[in-house]
Design a protein around this ligand. Structure first.
Ligand code: TRP
Length: 326
């Protein structure tokens, strides 16, 4: 039987090149091999303060991006988390299975809590249980995620196994599916850090929806290393990162990339990089604009129905086994 994958992204802020190359691109490839569910996890977004009108927009924007980068709604199920009530309902039951001590150990929570310090919501603490519910509702085999989500995946497995032991076989214990050579794109302003939308310097991060001028400006300001040679070299992380992006934007082999820049200077590198990135983004941006509201609603309605059917079956069993429903 075809294995099932489930993944999701939060509709917080703008999708950037690092998100695309590190995650979305991978999903697009995987959808043809696996039965795929791609969720827009807006309940997770509520764990930190959001502007309601903006959240609605960002949620729909992210759905458009999923489609524009090539997730095919005929092949994959695309849906909004809050459209399938079972996610919140299962979270409550699993809250009664997960342990405080387990959640207290979550490094992502500890990092976020340290940064925020005041008014940390219970939701932020509970974030991993909601994520476990996302995954377990669909009897997921594999979860394509970044390395930073490994601990959440292990918790998901532990919760599944504990529930099965205490109440009876219900959930499949999923495996993380972390690409071994997943593209890790670094910030243009600090190549020691991952490209991130929460970067202190907005110039460090190229957004999928950036216009040509902005892309040019960001690459122009990108930091470089000392020396002049343009070749892949991990000891010169800034140039290495720019070459990696060029390689991914053009599809040229690393050798071809080095040949292309042999004897050329940093200005040329940045100019060519900006140009190929603009070219790369053009059709994606075009497709984002082409997806009208009606078509989007249709796709999300269809995704919701497909997701709900599976989620409902799992939740019914959970309610039955826990004594919530006969
Ligand atoms: N926590 C994930 C992230 O930040 C997002 C997420 C929520 C997710 N639910 C999920 C990922 C279920 C995979 C499966 O990347």
């Amino acid at each position: 039987m075809t294995k099932r994958i489930f993944s999701g992204a939060q509709p917080t802020g703008n999708v950037h090149l690092g998100n695309y190359l590190g995650a979305l691109k991978n999903w697009v490839a995987l959808q043809h091999e696996y039965e795929s569910f791609f969720c827009i996890v807006n309940l997770h977004a509520l764990t930190i303060a959001q502007d309601p009108a903006l959240l609605i927009e960002k949620t729909r924007d992210l759905a458009r991006i999923y489609l524009a980068v090539g997730i095919d709604p005929q092949v994959s199920t695309i849906f909004i988390q809050s459209d399938v009530h079972e996610h919140a309902e299962l979270t409550w039951v699993l809250n009664c299975v997960a342990r405080m001590s387990e959640l207290e150990r979550m490094t992502q929570y500890k990092d976020k809590a340290r940064k925020q310090q005041e008014n940390i919501s219970v939701g932020l603490f509970d974030y991993p249980v909601l994520m476990a519910s996302d995954i377990l509702l669909y009897q997921t085999d594999l979860v394509p995620v970044g390395d930073d989500q490994r601990q959440h995946l292990e918790l998901t497995r532990d919760i599944a196994i504990r529930f099965n032991r205490d109440y009876g076989e219900t959930f499949k214990a999923p495996d993380a599916f972390i690409p071994k050579v997943g593209a890790r794109i670094m910030s243009l302003s600090d190549p020691a850090k991952k490209m991130s939308k929460s970067d202190d310097d907005p110039n460090g991060c190229v957004l999928l929806m950036d216009d040509a001028d902005t892309v040019q400006k960001k690459f122009k300001r990108a930091v470089t290393d000392s020396g002049t040679e343009i070749r892949f070299d991990v000891s010169r992380p800034a140039i290495n990162n720019l070459l990696e992006i060029y390689h991914l934007m053009t599809g040229k082999t690393p050798q071809a990339v080095e040949n292309h820049f042999a004897g050329k200077g940093y200005a040329q590198l940045k100019g060519d990089l900006a140009e190929s990135t603009v070219e790369f983004l053009r059709p994606i941006q075009q497709r984002v604009r082409e997806i009208n509201d009606e078509r989007l609603d249709e796709i999300l309605d269809q995704g919701r129905e497909k997701a709900r059917q599976i989620a409902r079956a799992t939740l019914e069993r959970v309610f039955h086994l826990t004594g919530l429903k006969r």
